[in-house]
Every structure is written in structure tokens, then in C-alpha cells.
Design a protein around this ligand. Structure first.
Ligand code: IFM
Length: 476
């Protein structure tokens, strides 16, 4: 870790020329128009309509109404001086049944969006899957079955052919950790299943979908896009006599279950051993690992907070503070849930209850740089939810969020200074939006959305980020 201001509250740091400053959103979280122009339900439509699953019964039916307001939202991005916009494509708009007919109206929407971005000089960074699986695919088994990876490959061919002449960066998956473990193990995310073996099968089929999609996008894109995947890396801190063992187990499940096959062509032996009582991994077929390990141009890194882990003594009440609210009967840690415990993290925290630890971002980027030499990195999500207040003059003085961004951008800069090949930083999120199980109760935006009027107001953090994007220098 570098020396310097110990609290990571720097200013005046100069980012390299060409460093990307962008913002990110995801389809179900912002678009709304859930039943328009041929879109059919995804697993998140079903889940959010299931009583008790999402705070206050919120759904993405309207969200930020971005589907109708995309032009003014792009104008807003241009006013903020963003270099790039990371959005996701809703699979249920493109192939509404998952395997059937292609919906041209869905492709047209993203085609207009991409053109609109390019007209404004903003690079389109498109994610194919940010969790909105067409419901019929879940009805047929979801990510635990191989056919979902087949359907994803076809979907990738379709979007590659339609948009691959204009996309700057293709990202196959966003945070497959969440799709697999929260969706099928712990149950706090759609489809809300609690099946540890299915969660591990989902890990593999998501990995396979990634590799097949990279190949399909490469075969169909006529421009010269970059290819990437975004992972939400866990930074585990160990406690207790077997701290290293607890850290190793969490790292295997959360990080190396994806980087192993995607970037090194193999599942880690220790992951297979740790999960042996849950599954025999027979869903991995010959040729899969070759299909998965496709070369990519950049690795997307999402980072918010750390976890503190300890081997459980088997006697005291087991602690499960891994930062994700889920069903009590589920676990996001198949094979390790009975041996590892997640301790409550010391503050300060954001309003998600996540601890603020910028030094861990520096550590993570440094460690990835060492593990994956030659692979450029991009922070594709980082940001914070706080309970914003609008003052009488209409301003949102979200000092805590600006402070969070400052500290994490300082961490990113320190990683750069240490030689990490970091290409950019996307703030999560452009807009307050549908925060999954927390509905609209948690606000991550640098732009406030009034969900009654749909009015957008740039928060003070957004003005600060605009200055950063304009100058490339960390503002005061
Ligand atoms: O809102 C999410 C996003 O969809 C994926 N990464 C984490 C964010 C905050 O929880």
C-alpha cells in the first residue's frame, strides 16, 4: 500500500490523458416501460411482483422512465462531460421469450441509444446481461441448465450483428457472482432459489455463456470493439487463528470461480475440493473450459466494500454479515457456509450498511495487476448510497458521496502510480434507480431522480464529477 494522505482524501491528483471517466446504469434499474414494444417479463419482473421480495413492493415497471427519456438523459451525460456510458441491454426486449423470435423494436431502441451517445461524443459500453433473464428461460431451468448458455450465445449473435458496428466495448456479464449465488443460493435476488448445487451449476453456465458470447460477438461485430466482462471482486479480510483458510475459501468462491476459467482456463482445485459435498461438477463438459477462456481486452472491476471472515468454531451463533440481504434459508457460500462466518464490519458505512474502505480498492487493483499481467483493468462500478436531502434551494449537498468518490478515486490513482494498467472509472450510478431488493429506498445516483415527477437534479457529487471529467484532476 502506498504512503500519502492516510485517509485517502487527496485532491489535485492528475489522471493520465485518455483515462475514461464514465457512469453506469442497468436496464431493469432505469428503463421502465416493462411491457412496451414487445418486452416480456424477466425474472426481476416476476421476483419484484412476489410479495415480500422487494422493499415496499417496488418494481422496475417505471423506474427512471429512461426508455422514454433517453434523449434528455444523454443530454445530461453530455452536460456532465462523460467520456463513456456503461448501460445494459435488456435481453427480454431483444428475444422476449429467450429462445424465440427477435424483437426488432428492442434492437431499434438500443440502436437509437448508441447513435445518440456517439453523436454526443460519448463511448457506448454495453453489457449483455445485467440480471434480467427472460422468464421463460428460468421456467426451463434458468442458469443452472446448459440451454441458458446456448440461448445467450444466440442473443449475443443478434446484438453483435445489430450493434457491433458502433459499440466501443462489449461486456458479456455483470457480476455473475450475484446472478449465481444470490439468485440461486442465497435467494435475495431473482429468481430467489435456495439450491447450493444449482448455484454452482449457474456459476459454470454463466462462465460458459461469457466465453460463447465473446466468440459470437467477435464473429458478428463489424466494428472494432473491445471485449470484456465485469466481476464484483470480494476483498476478504481474515480474522482468527485460521484467517488465511477463511480468506482462501471466500476468494475461491467469489473471485477465482470466475477468473480461473475465464482468464486461466481452469477451475481452481481448491474450489472443487471445498464444494465436493455440494456437487461433483459433472456439468463441466469436455471443451467447456476452452470455450470459456477467450481472450479479452479489458477486465471490469466492480468494488464497493470489504468482507471480514473467520473460520466458525461450530459452537457460537454463526455470524452472516456478508453485506447482502437474503432469505434466511439460503446461502451465497455453497460448501463454505457451515465453516466460514462473516463478521460485522466496523464503520463508517454507507446507507447500504457497507463499510467504506478505499484502501481495499487500491489493494485489489494492485493484486489483479500482479495476477493478470498484460490485462488492462477498468473500474466499471464504484459509488455509494446515502440518504440524500434536498435543501430549500433545490440543491443536493451530498458531501458524503463526494467524499466516498474522492477517496476511491485517490485509491485508483495510487494504483495507477504503482504501475497498474487502469484505464478508467465508472461511477455507479448516473441516476438514482431501482436498487434490486431495496427498491427505490437506496439512492446511488450522482443525479437525483424524483420518482413522482421524474425530474432529474444533478447532485453536488455530480458537479464534482463533472469537474473531474473536464480537467482530469481530482477537484478540491
Ligand atoms: O445497483 C447495483 C448494480 O446493479 C450492480 N452492482 C452493485 C450496485 C449497487 O448495489
Amino acid at each position: 500500500m502506498s504512503a500519502g494522505n492516510p485517509d485517502y482524501r487527496d485532491s489535485g491528483l492528475v489522471f493520465p490523458k485518455g483515462f475514461t471517466f464514465g457512469s453506469a446504469t442497468a436496464s431493469y434499474q432505469v428503463e421502465g416501460a416493462a411491457a412496451e414494444d414487445g418486452r416480456l417479463p424477466s425474472i426481476w419482473d416476476t421476483f419484484s411482483r412476489t410479495p415480500g421480495k422487494v422493499w415496499d413492493g417496488d418494481t422496475g415497471d417505471v423506474a427512471c422512465d429512461h426508455y422514454h427519456r433517453w434523449e434528455s438523459d444523454l443530454d445530461l451525460m453530455a452536460e456532465l462531460g462523460l467520456d463513456a456510458y456503461r448501460f445494459s441491454i435488456a435481453w427480454p426486449r431483444i428475444v422476449p421469450t429467450g429462445t424465440g423470435e427477435v424483437n426488432q423494436a428492442g434492437l431499434d431502441f438500443y440502436s437509437r441509444l448508441v447513435d445518440g451517445l456517439r453523436e454526443r461524443g460519448i463511448r457506448p459500453v454495453a453489457t449483455l446481461y445485467h440480471w434480467d433473464l427472460p422468464q421463460p428461460l428460468e421456467d426451463a431451468g434458468g442458469w443452472p441448465v446448459r440451454a441458458t448458455a446456448d440461448a445467450f450465445e444466440r442473443y449475443a449473435e443478434i446484438v453483435g450483428s445489430a450493434l457491433g458496428d458502433r459499440i466501443h466495448t462489449w461486456t458479456t456479464l455483470n457480476e455473475p457472482w450475484c446472478s449465481a449465488y444470490l439468485g440461486y443460493g442465497q435467494g435475495g435476488h431473482a429468481p430467489g432459489r435456495h439450491e447450493p448445487a444449482a448455484a454452482l451449476a449457474a456459476v459454470h453456465h454463466l462462465n460458459l455463456a461469457h466465453g460463447r458470447a465473446v466468440q459470437a460477438l467477435r464473429a458478428t461485430s463489424t466494428g472494432s470493439p473491445e471485449y470484456s466482462v465485469t466481476l464484483n471482486f470480494h476483498v476478504p479480510r481474515g480474522e482468527g487463528p485460521d484467517a488465511a483458510e477463511a480468506v482462501r475459501r471466500v476468494d475461491a468462491l467469489a473471485n477465482r470461480a470466475f477468473t480461473g476459467p475465464m482468464l486461466k482456463g481452469a477451475y481452481p482445485d481448491d474450489l472443487i475440493a471445498d464444494t465436493a459435498a455440494v456437487t461433483d461438477w459433472s456439468f463441466v463438459r469436455e471443451g467447456d473450459l476452452t470455450a470459456i477462456a477467450q481472450p479479452i481486452d479489458v477486465l471490469g472491476v466492480n468494488y464497493y466494500s470489504t468482507v471480514t471472515v473467520r473460520m466458525w468454531d461450530g459452537v457460537s451463533p454463526r455470524e452472516t454479515h456478508d453485506g447482502h440481504k437474503g432469505a434466511p434459508e439460503g446461502t451465497a457460500w455453497p460448501g463454505s457456509s457451515d465453516v466460514v462466518e462473516f463478521l460485522e464490519q466496523p464503520g463508517p458505512h454507507t446507507s447500504m450498511g457497507w463499510n467504506i474502505a478505499p484502501e481495499a480498492l487500491e489493494q485489489l487493483l494492485g493484486s489483479l495487476g500482479e495476477q493478470l499481467p498484460g490485462l488492462p483493468l477498468m473500474v466499471t462500478e464504484n459509488g455509494a448510497a446515502f440518504d440524500d436531502a434536498v435543501t430549500d434551494d433545490g440543491r443536493i449537498r451530498d458531501e458524503e458521496r463526494t467524499d466516498f468518490l474522492r477517496r476511491h478515486l485517490t485509491a485508483a490513482h495510487r494504483a495507477l502510480a504503482a504501475g497498474v494498467d487502469l484505464r478508467g472509472y465508472f461511477v455507479w450510478s448516473l441516476l438514482d434507480n431501482f436498487e434490486w431488493g431495496y427498491g427505490y429506498a437506496k439512492r446511488f445516483g450522482i443525479v437525483r431522480v424524483d420518482f413522482d415527477s421524474q425530474e432529474r437534479t444533478v447532485k453536488d457529487s455530480g458537479l464534482w464529477f463533472r469537474e473531474l471529467a473536464a480537467t482530469g484532476v481530482l477537484p478540491r
